[in-house]
Design a protein around this ligand. Structure first.
Ligand code: GDP
Length: 534
């Protein structure tokens, strides 16, 4: 078994067969198309195109989704589970736009591996690079899919070279393309010594696969025209000399990425990629908590919230907390301990995300993502256990870099606006501060586009027009320290004080000088640019 290398030979079979991963790519490289094909092979949908079709039906219901469509960005992340061969895949969708890095970073804390999709004509693009860097911070193993090989693309060595140079990672070919653009006929599957031929006539059909006995097998000549066969032989020989061979350990450590070539729209290369994740991808990995490391095979259930999404279904004003199970075997109806509030909660109706439909989850194992509907109790970073007090680490918090004042289009609706803003603060979509003096709210985000998204969502989900105006402040600091010092500080700086959605004290300013001065005048206080998740 290839997974012997994961050093977890004792994993229960149900956990060992799980693969939890994300797809990272630049917009337009083919992530949606590839996702559809995964689901198609996984039997989660009957026909490719359904993910999109469903998405569009949903989009017509809200302006927010319309904006998503117009700008070609995906803001709402979700998780999908499906079976393929002996494996259970959990695919966690990452929002694609650079302005949504907060969400994306957090999403990547919930996966064990990533698939990097690149466009064969464009190579490594800006967003791919950023997301790759996040994966690298966590040493995630990465599989690469070079898409759109049915179109004119770059030379295979060029593409590989660009990845190696640009991302500083070794690349090993798992397959090798034969021909290019209109002449592209398929790939030689290097890992399995197979010839995979593309069927252009039927996009949903699994391509033809021919078993080959090494490069000297006469069967090759029956299927590959002589000039392409000669080129394939030359290139494979060169690849053997120039590129590292597949090495499972270095892949699992994030130093080497195997690359598959294919065409998602033609369902070509997708199956091989799925087998690649299944065979070589890591099973659920241990997770870090402040107290200790949590192993997936531990009997007791633990998990952490990495995302909260509100109003997923406009008919229900609910929130769904996405929980990555870190250990154990969870069963529906189980009572779990919510560490932050120190209260037990019965998880009566957890949701598993099959394709784009929700389904009740009867059970979940370490590695799975389950959705827990709730009314706001569950926050990003929260831990659920069977009684142990755990604090999972590694879920990043971000300093708001842009501050603006939010105003309701209709002044009579200020209370409604407060409710909407608080909800987004809990989702982690923005930081919201209520000034100690005066009215209104100050909203902090990481990327400017987030204001547009918020305005659009507030309008569609709460029927509330909202404006974001320039604020007199440009930075925010969370203030902690001995109680009396904090009180003295607050009294002396009333005009700069605000409270976040948890009621914690924040100091707002536009000058670094102010911050330096406070650190000098109030040496016992701590001014932090980010707030610990807990
Ligand atoms: P995303 O933005 O990364 O989710 O990309 P999409 O999956 O929406 O694909 C972007 C565009 O590329 C769409 O028009 C797809 O039909 C097209 N596309 C996806 N895969 C392929 C492929 O293998 N070949 C070709 N020629 N086009 C593709």
């Amino acid at each position: 078994m290839p997974n012997d290398l994961s050093n977890r030979p004792t994993l229960p079979a149900e956990i060992a067969r799980r693969r939890t991963f994300a797809i990272i790519s630049h917009p337009d490289a083919g992530k949606t198309t590839l996702t559809e094909k995964f689901l198609l092979y996984g039997g989660a949908i009957q026909l490719a195109g359904q993910v999109r079709a469903k998405g569009e039906a949903r989009r017509t219901r809200s302006d927010f989704m319309k904006m998503e469509q117009e700008r070609g960005i995906s803001v709402s992340a979700s998780a999908m589970s499906f079976d393929y061969q002996e494996w259970r895949f959990n695919l966690v969708d990452t929002p694609g736009h650079s302005d949504f890095s907060e969400d994306t970073y957090r999403t990547l804390t919930a996966v064990d591996a990533a698939i990097m999709v690149i466009d064969g004509a464009k190579g490594v693009e800006s967003q791919t690079r950023k997301l790759f860097e996040v994966c690298r911070l966590r040493d995630l193993p990465i599989l690469t899919f070079c898409n759109k090989m049915d179109r004119e693309s770059r030379d295979t060595f060029d593409i590989i070279d660009e990845i190696q140079q640009n991302l500083a990672i070794d690349v090993t070919p798992a397959s090798w393309p034969i021909g290019m653009g209109r002449d592209f006929i398929g790939c030689y599957d290097i890992l399995n010594d197979r010839l995979e031929l593309m069927d252009r006539a039927d996009r949903n059909r699994v391509a033809e696969s021919i078993r080959i006995d090494g490069m000297d097998d006469p069967k090759l000549a029956e299927h590959v025209p002589p000039h392409l066969l000669e080129q394939l032989r030359d290139e494979l020989e060169m690849a053997r000399e120039l590129l590292p061979p597949f090495d499972h350990k270095s892949f699992l450590e994030g130093h080497l990425t195997p690359i598959w070539f294919g065409s998602a729209i033609n369902s070509f290369g997708v199956k091989e990629l799925m087998q690649g994740i299944g065979k070589y991808g890591p099973p659920p990995q241990p997770q870090k908590a402040a107290e200790r490391q949590i192993l997936p095979e531990e009997e007791k259930v633990t998990g952490f919230v990495f995302k909260v999404q509100a109003n997923m279904d406009p008919k229900h004003r609910d929130r769904v907390a996405f929980v990555r199970l870190a250990s154990g075997h969870f069963q529906r109806g189980q009572k779990l301990f919510h560490v932050r509030s120190k209260k037990a909660m019965t998880v009566a109706n957890p949701v598993l995300f099959l394709a784009s439909d929700r389904e009740l989850a009867e059970e979940g194992w370490a590695g799975d993502i389950i959705g827990i509907p709730n009314h706001g109790q569950l926050r990003i970073g929260d831990a659920l256990t069977e009684g142990e007090s755990l604090r999972f680490t590694g879920i990043p918090s971000f300093a708001p870099e842009l501050l603006r004042t939010a105003r309701a289009g209709d002044p009579m609706k200020a209370k409604h606006l407060e409710k909407a803003l608080m909800q987004f603060a809990e989702e982690g979509a923005a930081k919201v501060f209520k000034p100690a003096i005066g009215s209104g709210f100050i909203v902090g985000v990481v990327g400017a586009l987030q204001f547009d998204v918020l305005a659009s969502r507030i309008e569609s989900e709460y029927s509330l027009p909202v404006r974001f105006e320039a604020s007199q402040f440009t930075s925010a600091r969370w203030v902690t320290g001995p109680k009396t010092d904090v009180e003295r500080f607050v009294a002396a700086n009333k005009g700069h004080i605000a409270y976040d959605n948890d009621g914690d004290i924040v100091y707002l300013t536009r000058l670094q000088w102010d911050i330096d001065r406070i650190e000098r005048d109030f040496p016992t206080l701590r001014l932090a640019a980010t707030k610990e998740m807990h």
